[in-house]
Write a protein that binds this ligand. Structure first.
Ligand code: DC
Length: 230
């Protein structure tokens, strides 16, 4: 299939992408691919292999060798469920460095295109989905939120995971990751020219989800993509 019916959702960490993408996918009756989880899984494999994060060839070799599977919100690395392991602070700190290697990105982009090629449509969330992976997508959303709001959301996630982190630490971490993600040479985090910007600051998840569902349906009116009401 062509990737025109892929709903591309990009944006920085903490803009609400995961929650919003999941709900949008449920409402449209589509599967969702969390590409951040793929970069996290490769990073975990790199850490486990004790390979230096800044070694492009070794990281890329790992990215093309490991088997990553995403199933119903869980992430599997070489047959092992790593859904929890990929969310540790250690992986979160390391992932921007690993994701900056061209070889790592090309291995995972190939994987993402294969995923799309075997489906009629789908929701794919990440940083470069509308700009690089599926430029032909008819509906591209770029989610954003203020750094303060993103830090507040992260603090709730961290508390739920049993970790106490100050807002200042979180803002610093968010700004550091934005900086790395936006300034890397390969596929930086950037809003595609034809993406629609959606600022989630101060809005409810439901309101944002409704807006994106409507935009997707407007861009895919024939329903050729799917029987979305199924
Ligand atoms: O969305 P997330 O925080 O789980 O993403 C983890 C990291 O992976 C983040 O630092 C950016 C990177 N990433 C990327 O470079 N390209 C993507 N398509 C998705 C994530």
């Amino acid at each position: 299939m062509s990737a025109e019916a892929i709903l591309a959702i990009d944006g920085p960490a903490g803009a609400g992408k995961s929650t919003v993408s999941k709900q949008v996918a449920d409402e449209l009756g589509l599967e969702m691919l969390d590409t951040g989880a793929m970069y996290r899984a490769v990073t975990l494999a790199v850490l486990q292999a004790h390979v230096p994060l800044d070694a492009p060839a070794a990281c890329s070799e790992i990215a093309s060798r490991v088997a990553i599977e995403l199933r119903d919100g869980t992430t599997w690395l070489d047959g092992i469920d790593v859904s929890v392991d990929i969310r540790t602070p250690e992986v979160t700190r390391a992932v921007s460095v690993v994701a900056a290697h061209a070889g790592v990105r090309s291995a995972l982009v190939a994987h993402q295109r294969h995923w799309a090629a075997t489906r009629a449509a789908g929701v794919v969330e990440g940083r470069d989905i509308g700009s690089v992976v599926f430029p032909e997508s008819r509906c591209k959303i770029f989610l954003s939120a203020s750094a303060a709001e993103r830090a507040r959301r992260r603090q709730i996630d961290e508390a739920n995971a049993g970790r106490t982190v100050t807002i200042d630490e979180l803002v610093a971490d968010i700004e550091r990751r934005d900086q790395l993600d936006s300034n890397r040479a390969v596929s930086p985090l950037v809003q595609a020219e034809d993406a629609q910007a959606v600022d989630t600051t101060g809005r409810t998840i439901d309101a944002v989800v409704d807006e994106i569902v409507q935009r997707y349906r407007a861009a895919n009116p024939s329903g050729e993509a799917v029987d979305v009401s199924a």
